[in-house]
Design a protein around this ligand. Structure first.
Ligand SMILES: Nc1nc2c(ncn2[C@@H]2O[C@H](COP(=O)(O)OP(=O)(O)OP(=O)(O)O)[C@@H](O)[C@H]2O)c(=O)[nH]1
Length: 405
């Protein structure tokens, strides 16, 4: 596949590769999206320009007195009692129609009706001016194709019908020389061709703009997904799925500030697997990884409050941050976690503490104030953990510096 084709296909919107130029439209799925998206603006345009069209159509009543003076009252009746009420009713009905095709048909009917009404008025009159009267059909073709900007297919059909009406009438305009009639037909044909080209171009431009919006949305979605993934990767420990050191430090800062504002306690458990070096040496590093994952899952299962945070902050060292928890509650939770790690009965033949994996916990609690920093809480919990190791491991030690009961 050539490089540029490859690049395009990567950014193709749903529904497959799009063809903004040429052809009738996009592949079905994309075409459906396009129609849905453009439906609202199309509906507004039809209503607004429809009303403008009614206004213009009505204004030509002034000219009826000069162009068809013999039947101008009949002409007014056609305009004001038949065509305009019908066009207004269609415009009002248009917004109620949910089916796109039905709307297109209704708009096309209005355009054809207004053109045919001019032809009708012209045939009622015997006045020589009436042969020029039907030039209004050209204006109606222009209006339908460019101002109302019907869908290309509808524009093509309405133009062909109005061209037929114009051609039939001009053929009967016997007082006009043949050359003039031919010239008029050519005028009308050119009006249709030029306005159809414009209509097609507008359609292509709208489709291109739609594609650009789709690609932009797709790119933004990809970017948001990539950012979310990056955020997750940068705050998550790859082995255990717990928060990593970076996320822990950030949360500690935030919880410290929050607890300080609220005058609430903040507790921290530091936990370290006992004789883990020996575990690795005995069972191998991969088994050590599995052991870390199992211990992490045990800790995670016990920190149940939404604000609690379990993080892996070192190789086999974990931290559990407990907002709004005092020493007693923190020690209790640490004890439950210690028992749960032991109860998991992960074999550890080389342990000096038991036949299975055990862990030591250091607990520190504080009501933060201006005289301390978050790192002092970590240091206190670390010191307590160190004492737990010194005292024989597989136990919980609360910091001597604990200030909250
Ligand atoms: N499998 C595995 N081992 C790790 C990982 N990170 C650190 N370790 C190992 O964890 C061990 C930590 O050993 P030490 O700090 O000596 O502590 P210990 O053997 O647990 O002894 P105590 O903590 O005093 O009970 C080292 O052997 C590290 O290689 C890891 O991601 N996977």
């Amino acid at each position: 596949m050539p490089a540029d084709t490859q690049a395009n296909s990567q950014s193709d919107p749903p529904g497959g590769p799009a063809r903004p130029v040429g052809g009738d439209g996009f592949p079905p799925e994309l075409e459906h999206l396009y129609q849905l998206e453009s439906e609202r603006s199309r509906e507004r345009r039809y209503v607004k320009t429809g009303l403008v069209g009614v206004g213009l159509y009505a204004s030509f009543a002034i000219s009826d007195m000069n162009m068809v003076p013999d039947i101008y009252l009949k002409a007014w009746a056609v305009r004001f009692l038949l065509v305009i009420p019908l066009m207004l009713a269609c415009t009002l009905f248009l917004v109620r129609l949910r089916r796109l095709v039905a709307r297109e048909v209704l708009v096309a009917v209005c355009v054809i009706l207004s053109g045919a009404s001019l032809a009708w008025i012209a045939t009622l009159s015997r006045h020589p001016n009436s042969e020029h009267y039907i030039s209004g059909v050209m204006l109606i073709i222009l209006f339908g194709n460019i101002v109302m900007n019907q869908r290309f297919r509808s524009a093509l059909i309405t133009s062909l019908i109005l061209l037929g009406v114009y051609g039939a009438l001009i053929a009967q305009a016997e007082t006009l020389p043949l050359a003039a009639r031919f010239n008029n037909v050519l005028f009308c044909l050119s009006t249709a061709v030029i306005s159809l080209i414009a209509c097609h171009r507008m359609d292509q431009d709208q489709r291109r703009a739609f594609l650009a919006r789709m690609r932009e949305t797709e790119r933004n979605d990809q970017l948001s997904r990539a950012n979310a993934l990056l955020e997750k990767l940068s705050s998550e420990d790859g082995l255990t799925g717990l928060a990593n050191r970076r996320a822990f430090d950030q949360r500690l800062e935030a919880e410290w500030a929050r607890a300080r504002r609220a005058g609430e306690p903040l507790s921290l458990l530091m936990m370290d697997i006992d004789f883990f070096k020996r575990y690795n040496d005995h069972y191998g590093h991969p088994a050590g990884d599995v052991c870390l994952q199992r211990v992490a899952a045990v800790l995670d299962a016990h920190a149940r409050r939404p604000a609690d945070l379990v993080a892996r902050v070192g190789g086999e060292e974990f931290a559990v941050l407990l907002p709004s928890a005092g020493t007693a509650a923190a020690v209790q939770l640490a004890e439950r976690m210690r028992l749960a790690v032991a109860a998991a009965e992960i074999p550890h033949a080389a342990s000096g503490a038991a036949g299975h994996v055990t862990a030591s916990f250091g607990v520190a609690s504080v009501v933060p104030d201006g005289s301390r920093s978050p790192s002092s809480l970590v240091a206190a919990a670390d010191a307590a953990l160190y004492r737990a190791k010194e005292l024989g491991r597989n136990q919980v030690v609360a910091s001597r510096e604990a200030v909250v009961a």
